[in-house]
Write a protein that binds this ligand. Structure first.
Ligand SMILES: Cc1ncc(COP(=O)(O)O)c(C=O)c1O
Length: 555
């Protein structure tokens, strides 16, 4: 009897323990779900699955100009404007377009960026009639010149690399190359300039050690690998919408054919996320791209996703600083490695990057882009104990990271020129009143846009800008073509990201702003922002959903 009772008790005990474990796991799972942003960007797996279901369809000429059910006279006005632009592109950019067409079948990247400049329903027709040139011949000051001799104000910022102005980098590359020429492209042994660079980077980052890589993507890979190695935990946390390069683990959603099983994509600026960080034991690191402060939880804005006027952006420095401080505290409390990915914002918002700008210190920081002085680069700076790639007591347990071109002498030479410039009085002067300069410029442009009753406004994080639209429309992406016609060069993501180099003078900026307004006025005149009480962002979304379903079911 006693044995039976003991067995029963043991069974109850085991059952109770199993139930408690299941409930505990369920609770953690629920907390994780709560910490996901409700958008598709917050649900990577679902986004990937849905992406495979979206069928291709496009508007023929009859629908292209009235996809929003605009009346015939408005459609005709749009068509006339479009044809005028098309004629202008074909004559003004003739040689640039001819060379681009010649390269298009051979350069895969060109096919991709060409196809994704605008929403896919409009893409082929637009490509045919408003082809975008991919070649340029020269730069000077803040301008860039195409093969036909057209000078554009550069708003591409070369993906953010161009912080100090192209002329600076041309000189940096030349001077840097001259310094290392005697050694040449020797890899493995270091040129002495490396020693100067690491000392300067140590001082700027406030961190102990440095490793060099070939791109921002690689630097992020290495930072995350180090965090996993030292914490012996599996998962990285990234925030919804944040870009960290094209490595699979940091790109768990659309764009990566393989699921990223050891990545949590969580809500930015959310207490739910802090709860997950506080309770889960498998989190190695939190990856922060401070550029997200401009549009928390949203992906990098691109005109190909500009289906309506739902794009929103607003930078609240105080709120984001408070968030980073909370993150810092929870990471410290839980021994989670806090990584700032400053590949984009580093050296652009402050000399000491986002750490200085927001007054929060990270455990590891990645830099890239402009730091190479115009040449390709990725850098990890970190605390000594996190940067170590082997264990003294376990000689076979290492964290491998090498790369043929790491510390390339020519890159190190150009980097040195960049870092020395930052040390100089001129380098320090760059960051003086930087934010107020760019905030005032954005405010001024917005005031002018409002005064002209144009449904466009800009939002900015210092010199990084994005264009938002204030009236529901399916055609906002057309603005990029009007801007080009006015002599403003944009990257392939269009009006989603305008990047100014810091050598824009007031006169340069005024000239660019005038062109911006002229472009928006022309677009308004051509009827693309036709308004109607029934045309709302919601009705646009509904119409697109209907078209997609119809295509899927009946085509
Ligand atoms: C924040 C951030 N991290 C990483 C990368 C990737 O850098 P790269 O293009 O040099 O690989 C980028 C590129 O835009 C970036 O903005």
């Amino acid at each position: 009897m006693a044995a039976w009772a003991t067995t029963t008790l043991a069974l109850y005990g085991a059952g109770g323990a199993a139930l408690a474990t299941s409930l505990f796991k369920l609770r953690r799972r629920l907390e994780l779900s709560q910490a996901k942003h409700r958008s598709l960007a917050g649900h990577s797996r679902m986004a990937r699955r849905l992406a495979t279901l979206v069928p291709f369809y496009e508007y023929d000429e009859a629908h292209f100009f009235c996809a929003d059910a605009a009346p015939a006279d408005v459609a005709q006005c749009r068509r006339a404007g479009f044809e005028r632009l098309s004629a202008l592109y074909k004559t003004r950019f003739a040689e640039t377009i001819r060379r681009t067409a010649e390269a298009a079948d051979i350069i895969s990247d060109l096919q991709f960026t060409g196809a994704y400049r605008v929403p896919f329903q409009f893409s082929r027709y637009t490509r045919k009639h408003l082809p975008s040139g991919a070649f340029m011949q020269s730069t000077e000051g803040v301008t860039i010149t195409d093969l036909d001799g057209n000078r554009f104000y550069d708003l591409t910022g070369s993906y953010g690399v161009n912080v100090l102005g192209y002329d600076f980098y041309k000189d940096a590359i030349e001077r840097g190359a001259a310094r290392v020429r005697a050694l040449g492209p020797v890899l493995g042994p270091y040129h002495p300039v490396v020693l100067e660079n690491v000392k300067l980077l140590k001082e700027i980052s406030g961190l102990d050690e440095i490793s060099f890589h070939m791109s921002g993507t690689e630097a992020v890979m290495q930072a995350v690998r180090l965090a996993r190695y030292h914490t012996r935990r599996s998962h990285l946390v990234r925030f919804c919408g944040a870009y960290h390069g094209w490595w699979g683990d940091v790109q768990p959603g659309i764009g990566n054919p393989v699921p990223a099983h050891e990545t949590y994509t969580l809500k930015d600026m959310s207490a739910d996320t802090l709860r997950v960080l506080r309770t889960r034991r498998d989190i190695a690191c939190v990856l922060v791209n401070p550029l997200q402060a401009l549009h928390p939880n949203a992906s990098a804005p691109s005109d190909s996703a500009l289906l309506d006027s739902g794009r929103r952006a607003h930078f609240d420095k105080d709120a984001y600083t408070a968030w980073l401080k909370k993150l810092r505290a929870v990471c410290t409390e839980r021994n989670i490695v806090l990584i700032f990915d400053e590949v984009f914002v580093g050296f652009r918002v402050a000399r000491g990057g986002a750490q200085e700008y927001f007054g929060v210190r990270a455990d590891l920081v990645t830099y890239g882009k402009t730091l190479g002085g115009g040449l390709p680069i990725g850098v990890v700076c970190g605390r000594h104990e996190l940067m170590k790639r082997f264990r003294d007591d376990r000689p076979a347990d290492i964290c491998f990271a090498r790369g043929s071109f790491n510390s390339h002498p020519y890159v190190m030479g150009a980097m040195n020129e960049f870092l020395l410039h930052l040390q100089s009085p001129a380098g320090h002067a760059i960051y003086q009143d930087l934010d107020s300069t760019w905030n005032l410029r954005a405010d001024r442009l917005n005031a002018q846009l409002r005064a002209e009753d144009l449904p466009v406004e800009v939002a900015n994080l210092s010199s990084i800008w994005t264009v938002c639209y204030t009236r529901p429309s399916r055609y906002n992406w057309m603005l990029q073509y009007y801007l080009r016609a006015e002599g403003l060069a944009l990257s392939w993501v269009g009006t989603g990201r305008l990047i100014f180099s810091l050598n824009y003078t007031e006169a340069d900026f005024e000239a660019a702003a005038e062109r911006f307004i002229a472009a928006a006025k022309a677009m308004q005149r051509d009827g693309w922002w036709w308004r109607h009480p029934e045309l709302t962002d919601k009705s646009i979304k509904r119409a697109i959903l209907k078209e997609t379903i119809a295509r899927r079911l009946f085509a």
